[in-house]
Unconditional design. Structure first.
Length: 433
């Protein structure tokens, strides 16, 4: 199920790059909100959702924007939110950059942990890696691979063999709250000594000293010490976890990176989101692929018995969500009932059955077959559906065989369930129906 926080949280600090003081307020958010930044220092607050469309290109950090308004250096906070499994959160900030603290994710993690995660009443939607993806940029590369074990598994190979202060470091882990807290959250961002001098000469991080951020010379940290022998690669894993949250939903699979950075990580996120849209039956703009014309090519039903207007979400052959717009012009309102029109419950069940047929058609095995309804179990009509309502019809496959199938179905108006049923079908050849 989706999660938000139970209590409000507060943090204050200066940004790593620009040094401006920022106050951040974490607030609970409703299901399906996602993580949303709100710039409160402007005349009109600006909302910036965490999603690929909000990504703004920046060197050495991840930034999100809406028009000219941005929130810089979001990755350390997003990594903490990912480790705690948070899906919905409002993040109010009164400056253009998130606080940097000591360059780690620890302050964010501890604060969000104190806010307490709260489970919500809607299932979490995950981005499951189904096909291998490989992106390269010179000698840098990043791979996304399917993994049957569930969860997010990460490997980072960081190659600084030409710099004796760091060398080559490799780290692998599965993302869990406990592992993040103990092994990743304290790992700090780092800079080579030459990079630090260049950045400060350019006006970035001028408020920082080597005691406040990890600066590494050929002999190791300057006026500082490592928290882990391989602290640098652990922080690269933290950055990667934060960048993967830019997908707007948790990613399930295995990520293997070699010398990758924010830019390549973000390119991978955009590629995976496009891949996910394809699997869910959406085009590149996120619009439904199954409009009424394509529905009519799959279902044999026609007026006045075609009760699905469009499909808005498909997760391969496992789950489907569709829309039926109920208008006063429906033929059945002429007699059910004059003066008090109510959609017959049996037609709501029929609409759910038609959505099941569209779900079965997503696999090649069932192409050319139609679903014939056999039994209806646990049918409940909970609320009347009237003209002007929009039915949101969802079917989840329970068991699908070569000749039979079972689905769990619900019909909603807004957030309220108006009907539910467990439907069983026989799958028969189209020619013999």
């Amino acid at each position: 199920m989706q999660k938000t926080i139970r209590h409000e949280g507060h943090l204050s600090g200066r940004g790593l790059f620009f040094g401006q003081e920022a106050h951040v307020v974490f607030q609970p958010a409703a299901p399906d909100t996602g993580i949303v930044f709100v710039r409160t220092d402007l005349e009109r607050p600006v909302r910036i959702p965490v999603c690929p469309e909000s990504i703004v290109s920046r060197p050495r950090r991840s930034a999100l924007g809406c028009g000219d308004v941005v929130v810089e250096t979001s990755e350390h906070f997003l990594a903490a939110a990912a480790a705690l499994g948070l899906d919905n959160l409002i993040v109010e900030i009164d400056a253009a950059e998130m606080p940097g603290f000591d360059g780690s994710s620890e302050e964010y993690f501890k604060t969000l942990q104190k806010c307490e995660a709260a489970e919500q009443n809607k299932p979490r939607r995950e981005l499951i890696i189904r096909e291998p993806v490989c992106l390269q940029d010179g000698d840098r590369s990043i791979y996304a691979l399917p993994d049957a074990g569930g969860g997010l598994h990460l490997t980072f190979d960081m190659d600084y063999t030409q710099h004796t202060g760091i060398g080559r470091q490799t780290y692998s882990c599965s993302l869990t709250e406990s592992h993040f807290a103990q092994h990743l959250a304290p790992a700090r961002t780092f800079l080579l000594e030459a990079e630090a001098r260049q950045m400060q000469a350019a006006g970035f991080g001028t408020h920082l000293s080597p005691r406040q951020i990890l600066v590494i010379s050929s002999d190791g940290p300057i006026r500082n010490s490592y928290r882990f022998p391989d602290e640098c690669v652990r922080h690269k894993i933290v950055d990667l976890i934060g960048d993967l949250m830019l997908a707007g939903m948790p990613i399930v699979g295995r990520i293997v990176a070699y010398k990758s950075g924010h830019t390549l990580n973000q390119q991978l996120v955009k590629t995976l989101v496009e891949q996910d849209k394809k699997h869910r039956g959406l085009d590149r703009a996120g619009k439904p692929v199954l409009d009424i014309r394509r529905i009519q090519k799959i279902l044999p039903h026609r007026y006045p018995f075609l009760l699905v207007d469009k499909v808005i979400e498909v997760e391969e052959d496992r789950r489907i969500t569709a829309i039926k717009n109920v208008t006063i012009n429906e033929h059945f309102f002429q007699g059910h009932f004059p003066g008090a029109p109510v959609m017959p419950g049996v037609l709501i069940v029929e609409a759910m059955a038609q959505v099941c047929g569209l779900l079965f058609a997503q696999t090649l095995e069932h192409t050319g077959k139609i679903a014939v309804l056999l039994t209806m179990d646990q049918v409940k009509i909970r609320k009347s559906v009237v003209p002007g309502d929009q039915l949101i019809l969802t079917a989840e496959a329970d068991k699908v065989r070569s000749r039979a199938a079972k689905c769990n179905c619900t019909a909603r108006v807004g957030e309220e369930i108006v009907a539910e049923a467990q439907l069983k079908f026989m799958l028969v050849d189209d020619e013999v129906r």
